[in-house]
Design a protein. Structure first.
Length: 255
């Protein structure tokens, strides 16, 4: 058995796990390992002694990533990723496949990034579910932007509410193409009855980046309102989501 060949294969496998492939070279200058920095400047030390709020986004992300790649420390790598995606929100919301195309991001780091996103979303969803009433439109919009705003394909979801306007659940019901999701109104009706909803908020995203409702969006909303009224389920709003903003049908007077 050729042990040198096996060692080479193992090295290649490790580099692929870490996202280090020849066709994804970094676009940032080389930097020293964080371990060689002054202790007081290292992100983990600063987090422990100054608090997380004292760290920049790149430093916080570097702590989560744990390490960089050859010639690029974790902070430099974090800065590169934040610049490449245009900010922390877009980075966290990026699909796994897109993350894996980035130099230095293998399955381990991509999983960490998606876990951070999901934990933050669950925290907001928990707040919504335990609010006295589902009336904080700013929190709802923020949750929907983070959950759906960066989806590469159009997605249709519902927030189901009980008689006290408290959140029962958030559910994605349909996924479509880059510009259209086929929504089956009777499936929305069926799910509303199954979870014993008294009211709901409709939501879908526009991957194009513009949250302006189309005529098709308006027509669909009217059909859903009419259908759900037959079983006494109220449609409180339909929110169209983009990465940076939302449009509320209720506020526009479109319901």
């Amino acid at each position: 058995m050729d042990t040198s060949e096996n060692n080479n294969d193992a090295s290649i496998a490790k580099r692929e796990l870490n996202g280090e492939c020849d066709d994804r070279e970094p676009h940032s200058p080389h930097s020293e390992s964080i371990a060689t920095w002054q202790l007081q400047e290292q992100p983990r030390y600063r987090l422990m002694h100054e608090g997380a709020e004292a760290l920049a986004n790149a430093e916080l992300l570097a702590v989560c990533l744990g390490s960089g790649v050859a010639g690029e420390d974790a902070v430099a790598m974090a800065r590169r990723l934040l610049k490449q995606f245009g900010g922390i929100g877009a980075l966290l919301s990026a699909p796994m496949a897109q993350l894996l195309q980035c130099y230095g991001v293998g399955s381990a780091k991509a999983s960490v990034i998606k876990a951070i996103q999901e934990l933050s979303l669950r925290d907001v969803e928990h707040e919504l579910a335990h609010a006295d009433q589902f009336a904080d439109s700013a929190s709802v919009s923020r949750f929907l932007r983070r959950r759906m705003g960066h989806e590469p394909r159009e997605t249709f979801a519902c927030l189901f509410l009980n008689a006290r306007n408290q959140l029962i659940s958030f559910e994605v019901l349909f996924r479509g193409s880059v510009d259209r999701a086929h929504v089956h109104a009777r499936e929305v009706l069926r799910r509303g009855i199954e979870v014993n909803a008294v009211a709901l908020v409709l939501a879908h995203n526009h991957p194009s980046g513009s949250p302006e409702p189309s005529q098709a969006d308006i027509n669909l909303t009217r059909r859903l309102v009419d259908l759900l009224q037959q079983v006494d389920i109220r449609v409180l709003d339909h929110i169209v989501v983009a990465a940076g903003s939302c449009v509320s049908f209720a506020r526009r007077g479109l319901l």
